[in-house]
Ligand binder design. Structure first.
Ligand SMILES: *[C@@H]1O[C@H](CO)[C@@H](O)[C@H](O)[C@H]1NC(C)=O
Ligand SMILES: *[C@@H]1O[C@H](CO)[C@@H](O)[C@H](O)[C@H]1NC(C)=O
Ligand SMILES: *[C@@H]1O[C@H](CO)[C@@H](O)[C@H](O)[C@H]1NC(C)=O
Ligand SMILES: *[C@@H]1O[C@H](CO)[C@@H](O)[C@H](O)[C@H]1NC(C)=O
Ligand SMILES: *[C@@H]1O[C@H](CO)[C@@H](O)[C@H](O)[C@H]1NC(C)=O
Ligand SMILES: *[C@@H]1O[C@H](CO)[C@@H](O)[C@H](O)[C@H]1NC(C)=O
Ligand SMILES: *[C@@H]1O[C@H](CO)[C@@H](O)[C@H](O)[C@H]1NC(C)=O
Length: 749
């Protein structure tokens, strides 16, 4: 297994807890629930807690924050480091980790993906009427229940399998309906860390807008004339408008805490959701799976037959992808064919384009200068060029259009720069964005973002012209002006730094400039345009729900496999998908298996299925111990060495060989979900310099559900020092092509 070497940082608990954390709330994770009754678990947790509080039942009660007892076992409590250490050493405890904060990964897109526009969202040839039985849990910032996107007009009664509740009805003017069938909120983990903050709505109501936005992308009803200040006008709707929404509000003003996230997963599993959508994640690089609430929660969700879809993150650099666990479906972000463009007319009459959601009208052109020429006080011209607060001289900036720069650093806010320019009396801003991420933004003055090259042309004009002027026009919606989809510049990329043998991200979906419902408290708007892998995630959530509606018995990994093996790596012009900003050809580290194809995902032909027990074998190989895994999986007596023999490779719908050394073979098992009698032939596109053979190269099936194994052999012909990409497809005479990416790096010696 040398080539399948996996780098997991299996810290010893002792060393970890020795670090200095400001947090006093710890999560004690105790693995699978097994058969113990929920009340009994609470009692046992209490006794355990009392044992580190000198046996004091009172102190134990005071320190207790949450008990997790439905989907898995554990609790959150206020502890000293010493107490946490003591608990970590107890039998039955998998891990003890501090309550850390996770961040959100912040209508036209459905026409673009290819799902039909009528309210029923029918895919030709398939009835998707059953979507009213699919319940999607959103772990996010809550929801605005009065939004027209969440009306329940014409919806049948709540499915009888639903066991959730609606909090806030009696004290917070929050009500559910047949669309939003459940709503809960989780504050204790947040308040334990940020006690001096006042939270706006102590209910499932959305005070930020993010949660309403993601829920409506996936599940919103059809709303006509939805727009953002006149931009992007048209009917907008979610991908599965008849599906049900269950809200789990875990994210508050500054972020989402582990203790609250775990409580949400625990309840979602109990309530009976079918799919969980989480548009948030840990910071990159991500730590160990069983010290991360989203990995832990989704591990138990999938063991209960619930698919968890998550966002890859918005860092954009190589290796920055998060939500890396193989049991999640992790989504990258790409563009649609709709841009929000704003024209700049220079005094030389030259016309240039940039991105903006600018709705202001400049009456006439205005003097235009570089922000570096109006530096203030102690700021150098270089520092002022970024238009940071206090860096601009009011006298010199007044009445002008300023050219500012954005370096892409996290601490800089693009909208913030337009506020700075407005404050010093500037009347417009041209923002040269070196990261060129194409995100259209709602600036507070006439303003526009341009890429590096356009920025250079404008700078050239301004520095060589005595009385340089410019005029920024209001933004317009432009459809089809550029090739699409393209992978968004900000979308976090592979390889998977935690488990290099597992491809991440898995798939891509629209996440650039997406119009959807919003929370009107923020800025009185019912709809807003946002960008991020946060917006890409619910697009895949909706497609998964469509598959679930048509194939209710399919496992989470069968649904994931169907989405991945039918995805395409070609854009709408039939050429290879490219990655912004350079326009290079994109690869699996950008988009996983590609961009989804709804017309094919319902009949994938072959499925790469994974059973819950397969994850144990995977974790064994990853280096976890028997004792640890028996607690996590609740399967007491199977040792890793036995699991090993069951399957040496996780049956993932992608093959990644991160350290190819000599010959290396990988086995996969496919299940026939197409026509009973069928014959599939393999077609390999070899990664450059790698010889790939498939044995057998023909798979014949005689019945539905039949399984077949095949082996893929890799052999390095010419050395390469980086990852190379290829694909393996199985096709039958009847259209079905099931394709998986092959990703190989030859070991260096
Ligand atoms: C409850 O909220 C709705 C929607 O915002 C509002 O119309 C209504 O007046 C509110 N009722 C109370 C009692 O606050
Ligand atoms: C443009 O003209 C209108 C009407 O004359 C005026 O109200 C507005 O303030 C002007 N805008 C600017 C940016 O000068
Ligand atoms: C701002 O610029 C004006 C005009 O050039 C100058 O008189 C003033 O001293 C500058 N202020 C600062 C704080 O640099
Ligand atoms: C596990 O093994 C132990 C001893 O080897 C045995 O006592 C116990 O009953 C077994 N448990 C299960 C669930 O098989
Ligand atoms: C590796 O595989 C290739 C092609 O299958 C074969 O020709 C070669 O002999 C193998 N080498 C070893 C060392 O097994
Ligand atoms: C790849 O392997 C096959 C099977 O061993 C062999 O026939 C073929 O020549 C090899 N190709 C290269 C380029 O080595
Ligand atoms: C595929 O291989 C695995 C592991 O060797 C084995 O357990 C399984 O039964 C095989 N499946 C088929 C259909 O042969």
């Amino acid at each position: 297994m040398a080539a399948f070497r996996i780098f997991v940082l299996l810290y010893t608990l002792l060393a970890e807890i020795g670090f200095c954390y400001s947090s006093e709330v710890y999560i004690v994770y105790m693995g699978s629930k097994r058969t113990v009754e929920a009340n009994e678990i609470s009692k046992q947790n209490h006794m355990l807690l009392a044992s580190v509080h000198d046996g004091s039942s009172e102190k134990a009660r005071a320190s207790h924050v949450y008990s997790y007892r439905h989907g898995f076992r554990g609790f959150a409590a206020r502890l000293s480091k010493k107490q946490a250490l003591k608990i970590a050493g107890m039998s039955g405890v998998v891990s003890v980790f501090p309550n850390e904060k996770r961040m959100l990964h912040t209508t036209h897109s459905w026409d673009f993906i290819g799902v039909s526009t009528n309210e029923d969202m029918e895919i030709p040839g398939f009835s998707t009427k059953n979507q009213e039985n699919v319940i999607i849990g959103f772990i996010d910032t809550g929801i605005w229940p009065e939004s027209p996107s969440f009306n329940d007009h014409g919806m049948p009664p709540v499915p009888s399998k639903w066991r959730g509740i609606c909090q806030g009805k009696n004290f917070a003017n929050f009500s559910c309906n047949k669309k939003i069938i459940g709503a809960r909120y989780y504050l204790r983990g947040y308040e334990a860390e940020e006690s001096n903050r006042i939270t706006k709505f102590r209910s499932p109501r959305d005070s930020s807008g993010h949660g309403s936005h993601t829920a409506s992308i996936a599940s919103g009803r059809l709303v006509n004339n939805m727009n953002y200040n006149g931009l992007g006008n048209g009917a907008a709707r979610g991908g599965v408008p008849m599906s049900r929404i269950a809200v789990y509000k875990t994210c508050w003003e500054t972020g989402c805490y582990d203790a609250d996230l775990l409580a949400a997963f625990d309840d979602a599993i109990k309530d009976g959701v079918d799919i969980i959508s989480v548009s948030l994640g840990p910071n990159s690089p991500q730590g160990d799976y069983f010290r991360d609430s989203i990995s832990v929660g989704s591990f138990h969700a999938i063991n209960h037959g619930i698919l968890v879809i998550s966002s890859a993150g918005n860092v954009g650099t190589r290796g920055s992808a998060t939500n890396l666990a193989p049991w999640m479906l992790t989504v990258a972000a790409s563009s649609t064919d709709r841009d929000f463009s704003s024209q700049i007319i220079l005094g030389s009459r030259k016309k240039l384009m940039g991105e903006s959601l600018n709705t202001f009208r400049m009456n006439a052109s205005a003097p235009t200068i570089l922000a570096s020429q109006v530096s203030n006080g102690f700021f150098t011209p270089y520092q002022s060029s970024f238009c940071l607060d206090s860096s601009l001289n009011k006298t010199m900036a007044r009445g002008k259009v300023l050219i500012c720069y954005h370096s892409g650093s996290y601490s800089e806010s693009r909208i913030g720069k337009s506020i700075v320019v407005k404050k010093v009396g500037g009347i417009g801003m041209i923002l040269v964005d070196e990261t060129e991420n194409d995100v259209a933004l709602p600036f507070v003055i006439p303003a526009v973002t341009v890429g590096k090259r356009t920025g250079e042309r404008i700078q050239h004009y301004v520095t060589r012209t005595k009385k340089a002027r410019s005029l920024i026009l209001p933004a317009k919606t432009v459809i089809g002006s550029r090739r699409a989809p393209r992978v968004a510049a900000f979308s976090s990329k592979g390889p998977n730094l935690l488990t290099p043998g597992i491809l991440k991200p898995d798939i891509t979906a629209p996440g650039l400039n997406i119009l959807a419902a919003w929370s009107p408290v923020d800025n009185k708007m019912e709809f807003n345009i946002l960008s991020g892998t946060s917006m890409a995630c619910p697009h895949i959530t909706a497609l998964a729900a469509l598959i679930k509606a048509v194939h209710p018995s399919w496992s989470p990994s069968a649904i994931k496999s169907a989405l991945m093996t039918t995805a395409t790596v070609l854009d709408k012009t039939g050429r290879f998908i490219t990655a912004d900003p350079s326009g290079r050809r994109a690869n699996a580290f950008d988009y996983g298996s590609g961009f989804p194809d709804p017309s094919r995902m319902l009949h994938p032909g072959l499925i790469y299925d994974i059973e819950a027990t397969d994850y144990k074998a995977f974790l064994c190989l990853t280096g976890y111990s028997d004792k640890y895994l028996n607690l996590v999986t609740g399967e007491s007596n199977r040792s890793c060495s036995e699991s090993h023999q069951v399957r040496s490779n996780l049956n993932y719908p992608a093959i990644t060989v991160p350290d190819l050394n000599g010959n290396y073979s990988v086995t996969r098992e496919v299940t026939n979900v197409g026509r009973a009698r069928s014959l599939y032939r393999s077609l390999v596109i070899s990664p450059k310099g790698i010889n790939v053979t498939v044995v057998p190269d023909v798979l014949s099936f005689r019945s539905y559900g039949e399984k077949r194994n095949f082996t893929v052999n890799f052999w390095a012909v010419t050395p390469s020092n980086d990852y190379v990409f290829g694909a393996l497809s199985w096709s039958s005479r009847r259209i079905e092509v099931s394709s998986i990416p092959l990703i190989v790096r030859v070991a260096s010696h």
